[in-house]
Design a protein around this ligand. Structure first.
Ligand code: AMP
Ligand code: GLY
Length: 731
């Protein structure tokens, strides 16, 4: 088919591209030639239609896709459109036609709401003012009324979309819904332009066929009834208000830049479709499309007010995934306001958008104006709930329901408010009996052990870990736990998993007579890696000042008694996970009494029941909880200046897990190993040499004499190359 496209902008370039794609012989011309040497004419701009191009074709017997001058009034006269829409009962804003400023102002005052002021006639996008405030509204009315009759419209709010339908006089078929970006500035700010970008299909909560039935078909039916069938594109500019879609305007042609976005999506032949429209045969044809597109306009400096032309353009290389449509350029330099548009294509909008911007990165001219936000509304438009953004409040509620019982089991009479209240409330009445009660508080986290727990799907133990870790931290100052508060964060909240963790916490609290007073569960997609979670907690305990540890003076000759750990507790997991990366977690290495995964996940011990008796007897001078930093870093926390500790390696049985680590990590110095892992000792009791037997007797499990306190000696042989100030000597 010989197709003649009338016009000279980016839209016409896109129409031509869509026809050439199906091997038609396409010519683009600014004006209708004589004679009209074409089998089909497709008209781009409204001005050509208003000037009667379609009527001229009709006279010459050439099929023309585009309405007659008389029907182009749908676009050229806003008053005509508003009156027609009212007659047909189409959802529209309240409006008023006027030629007098005073009368228009009176109508607006009566309406009592913000309005938009529009010139009745064509004004190339410049005849619309959206004023803010009374002063600006009056000024806008006075300004536009000078230029001709005006239309005042109730100012609607909501996202806009462009519904373009191919019409054959009786049948209308919608193209994918597009969204234009009318303002010059990012975030939809600044003056209106012809359009700085568009994308399609726009995610809107309405069916394009239903929108067509509401906004296009009644007009088509009406015009057919009055003997003036509408052939061409009927474009309804819609605003999607809280009260549903409303009509902003009709255009009698493809939108620009909507055409550049929508036409490349058509899989059907545009020329054939347009010809079918001219022949009243659209009903027999499909209008099919696929994929997503994003069109970004590059505008001249000074656009839209006073575009500066003449600058040289670099176009960059052609590519398959993006199309470049020229508009205000002669192929070398800037000749108009909107200079060109690039359309990226893809299976989804994100891909299409990336491709558009990538291709546009190749294009440059001085002062090039490009909005970087084309399509930005689509992300918000797709979300229907917080859950869709990855945060599921219902799942949080489900987790709370599941954990509630276990948590409430930890609540004695001291708990006045717990789960569900803004803050936990705990009565201190019981500790009034103490002479000088001291609160001891500790906050800690489980560390990277949680990764292992998540991998193996075993969550209860890490809940116990955090509570017991905190209990031991206050226990070494002689304090007993009062209450605990937890924090669980994850990329994706899973109620069952959270309930498992909190149940573990509650069980550990119950054993220790500690109230689980409150907590927080946070769902943080994008902060935590997918599948990851994190656990932390705070524990508050109490001790009477007389029982605060350390007690008395630590002296040379005091004995260090080691109490067994249950495993690595909560430390060294980054190392352990690395060392055992390729060893299956369900394998059982020699000497182990359980599979590797189970061994690694054994919960932190709570030393309160173990040491309760001996603490009450008052025979302990100090306690050191062996956590991060191991024996070398934790013992010094209770040692006074001038006193060091000697640790006799081999004085306690190193459990199989630690022995295996020592065997495998052949290059790791002993000191480094003991700094990373507890190596089988989770708690160290310091007591006078004469108390050793009694203390060991009051602890109902094996303990080991692992070393003693010595005078600080800068010349100790194993100390020669070590850091200054080291207090623990591994021998
Ligand atoms: P128009 O040329 O009539 O589509 O108006 C240009 C732009 O002005 C529209 O795309 C809207 O952003 C805005 N506009 C027009 N009419 C209204 C209205 N009644 N309420 C709110 N905004 C409007
Ligand atoms: N992009 C809006 C229009 O073509 O009217």
């Amino acid at each position: 088919m010989r197709v003649l496209v009338i016009g000279s902008g980016g839209r016409e370039a896109a129409i031509a591209w869509a026809c050439r794609r199906h091997d038609h012989d396409v010519r683009v011309a600014a004006e209708l030639p004589s004679p009209i040497d074409a089998d089909l004419v497709i008209v781009g701009p409204e001005a050509a239609l208003v000037a009667g191009v379609s009527d001229q074709c009709m006279d010459a017997g050439v099929p023309c896709f585009g309405p007659s001058a008389s029907l182009a009034r749908l676009e050229s006269s806003k008053g005509f459109t508003r009156t027609l829409a009212k007659t047909l009962g189409l959802p529209s804003p309240a409006f008023h036609l006027s030629s007098s400023a005073e009368e228009a102002i009176a109508w607006w005052r009566e309406l009592g709401r913000p309005v938009v002021v529009k010139l009745d006639g064509l004004a190339a996008g410049k005849g619309v003012i959206v004023p803010d405030g009374a002063e600006a509204t009056e000024a806008a009315i006075r300004e536009l009324v000078e230029q001709g009759p005006i239309v005042l419209e109730e100012r609607l709010t909501g996202p806009e979309c462009s519904l373009m339908a191919l019409c054959d006089g009786t049948v209308a078929r919608p193209l994918p819904i597009a969204q234009d970006h009318k303002r010059i500035g990012e975030g939809d700010t600044g003056p209106n332009t012809g359009g700085m970008g568009a994308y399609a299909p726009a995610p809107i909560p309405y069916d394009p066929d239903e929108l067509t039935a509401t906004f296009i078909q009644p007009v088509l039916d009406h015009l057919a009834d009055v003997g003036a069938p509408y052939i061409g594109v009927l474009y309804a500019g819609l605003m999607l208000t809280a009260d549903g879609p409303k009509l902003l305007e009709y255009n009698c042609r493809f939108g620009d830049p909507e055409a550049q976005a929508v036409l490349p999506l058509l899989t059907d032949d545009l020329a054939e479709l347009a010809l079918a429209c001219c022949n009243g045969a659209l009903g027999e044809r499909h209008v099919q499309s696929a994929g997503a597109s994003c069109t970004v306009v590059a505008a001249a400096p000074g656009y839209p007010a006073t575009p500066i032309t003449g600058g040289a353009i670099t176009f960059g290389a052609d590519c398959d995934d993006a199309l470049l449509f020229r508009a205000g350029t002669d192929g070398q330099s800037v000749t108009g306001g909107r200079v060109l548009a690039v359309t990226g294509l893809g299976d989804d909008l994100a891909t299409a958008r990336d491709r558009a911007y990538e291709r546009l990165g190749d294009v440059s001219f001085d002062g090039m104006q490009v909005r970087r936000d084309i399509g930005w509304r689509s992300i918000g438009a797709r979300l229907t709930s917080y859950a869709a953004a990855g945060v599921d409040i219902d799942e949080g509620t489900r987790a709370v329901d599941q954990m509630k019982e276990a948590v409430e089991r930890t609540h004695g009479p001291a708990v006045l408010r717990g789960v569900g209240s803004f803050g936990g409330v705990f009565s201190l009445a019981a500790i009034k009996a103490m002479d000088d009660p001291l609160l001891v508080a500790s906050t800690d986290g489980v560390g990277t052990k949680v990764e292992l727990a998540a991998r193996l799907g075993q969550y209860r133990g890490v809940g116990m870990d955090i509570v017991n870790h905190c209990i031991d931290d206050v226990l070494v100052q002689g304090a007993r736990p009062l209450f605990f508060l937890d924090y669980i964060a994850s990329s994706k909240l899973d109620a069952d998993q959270v309930a498992e963790v909190v149940t573990g916490m509650a069980e550990a609290c119950e054993v220790a007579g500690c109230a689980l007073l409150g907590g927080e569960t946070a769902e943080m997609p994008g902060v935590y890696a997918p599948g990851a979670f994190d656990i932390a907690g705070t524990l508050v305990g109490v001790v009477d000042r007389a029982n605060l540890l350390p007690q008395g003076e630590l002296q040379v000759g005091d004995v260090l008694l080691g109490v067994a750990s249950n495993g690595p507790h909560t430390n060294g997991y980054s190392l352990l996970r690395k060392i055992f990366d390729w060893l299956p977690m369900d394998s059982t290495p020699p000497g182990f009494d359980a599979p590797l995964g189970t061994t690694l996940l054994r919960p932190h011990r709570n030393y309160l029941p173990v040491l309760d008796k001996v603490l009450q007897a008052g025979s302990v001078k100090a306690l050191a909880h062996i956590t991060g930093g191991g024996l070398p870093e934790n013992l010094p926390r209770v040692l006074p200046t001038g006193i060091d500790a000697n640790i006799e390696l081999g004085s306690w049985p190193v459990p199989p897990l630690f022995a295996l680590v020592r065997e495998v990590a052949v290059g790791m110095p002993t000191d480094e190993l003991y700094r990373t892992l507890n190596m089988g000792i989770g708690m160290v009791v310091v007591c006078g040499p004469e108390q050793v037997e009694m203390v060991q007797g009051m602890i109902d499990e094996p303990t080991w004499r692992i070393g003693e306190l010595v005078a600080a000696d800068d010349h100790a042989d194993d100390d020669a190359e070590s850091r200054h100030g080291r207090k623990v000597h591994l021998r």
